[in-house]
Write a protein that binds this ligand. Structure first.
Ligand SMILES: [Zn+2]
Length: 327
């Protein structure tokens, strides 16, 4: 994601420098043969027993792959990890693949959004999304701007969150069908001026131009939600574009006592929620902790993250899915 106020990034207007590949929807796995056995017993809403330690192990496992830059071998390994995890839990997994031109040398880069569907036949759905690619370089690192970037908070945190939430999805009663979407190409950014948000823009244009038989009543993007010192303020664009959704999430957090959701606006951030709001017309909130000093540095590694933070965000979202405001 990029901060609107930072001078080292440009606005995301400008020409589309990617090719429109045909949306190739493939049902990769429909493994419903094994009946689902939750790893953790879940009690009533507001008392969901999310396993923060396990969530942190997922984050560590994703980071152990190394960098997951769009089109890289690390990204392929991560895709396999995600597919293995969710297929074991009996989910329907689809992929949406397309090619873009590499920003520095123009060669094709294969992008793949992954969609995990819960209650796939529901015609009204909630979209939960994160990006799962990592930035090529930690360019805000003063000492090693060309060092290795593993994106523990900025990349792996959303993946780990959804992997943990998956254990609980069949023990809650979501008001709508739920899709967990992993966006590729959020930041294939090598230099100032390179484009962001390939995956979410492709997905949003597909929703707009070839609407499926279902519709998304609303969406939530999570980004950088594993910071040890978690502070989640309202993101200002979310308040403007998806006010009801945003307020309802923070209201759920307040009700179940998760104080890290602070009912005050702070940053305004350009992130994957923009395309969903502006192109697809799906009111979508961005849950992001933008007070993170390790952002785009080599210090964005698992030691800066906490399973407790992941557990809190998971608990809020699982509870909220049962009480999403009626559209
Ligand atoms: Zn980033």
């Amino acid at each position: 994601m990029r901060a609107n106020s930072l001078a080292d990034k440009r606005a995301i207007t400008g020409q589309q420098n990617f090719k429109w590949g045909r949306a190739a929807w493939l049902v990769l796995v429909v493994a419903l043969v094994v009946s689902f056995a939750p790893a953790v017993t879940v009690a009533q809403e507001a008392n969901i027993t999310v396993d923060g330690k396990r969530a942190m192990q997922y984050l560590q496992r994703v980071c152990d792959i190394g960098p997951r830059i769009s089109g890289s071998e690390g990204m392929q390994k991560q895709q396999q990890l995600i597919i293995d995890h969710f297929s074991k839990l009996g989910c329907e997994i689809k992929s949406q693949a397309f090619d873009v031109n590499h920003p520095t040398n123009g060669t094709p880069v294969r992008m793949t959004n992954l969609v995990i569907s819960w209650n796939p036949t529901a015609k009204e759905r909630v979209l939960l999304a994160c990006h799962y690619d990592t930035r090529p370089y930690p360019d805000r690192d003063l000492l090693r701007p060309r060092g290795t970037f593993v994106g523990a908070n900025d990349g792996a945190s959303g993946v780990a969150l959804f992997m943990e939430m998956a254990h609980h999805m069949k023990t809650i009663r979501p008001r709508y069908g739920v899709d967990m979407v992993f966006f590729d190409g959020e930041e294939l950014v090598f230099r100032n001026g390179d484009k962001y948000f390939y995956g979410s823009e492709y997905f949003a244009k597909w929703l707009r131009d070839k609407p499926p038989e279902y519709r998304y009543v609303c969406g939530v993007v999570v980004d950088m939600i594993a910071d040890k010192k978690l502070e989640l303020y309202y993101e200002q664009g979310s308040l403007r574009m998806a006010n009801k959704v945003t307020k309802s999430i923070w209201a759920t957090a307040k009700r179940i006592g998760v104080k890290e959701f602070i009912e005050k606006p702070k940053h305004e951030v350009s992130d994957d929620h923009l395309a969903l709001n502006q192109i697809a017309g799906v009111p979508t909130c961005d849950i992001i902790d933008f007070d993170y000093s390790a952002w785009h540095t080599t210090r964005d590694n698992p030691s800066a993250c906490s399973g407790d933070s992941l557990q809190k965000v998971a608990r809020v979202l699982l509870t909220w899915l049962e009480e999403v405001p009626i559209d």
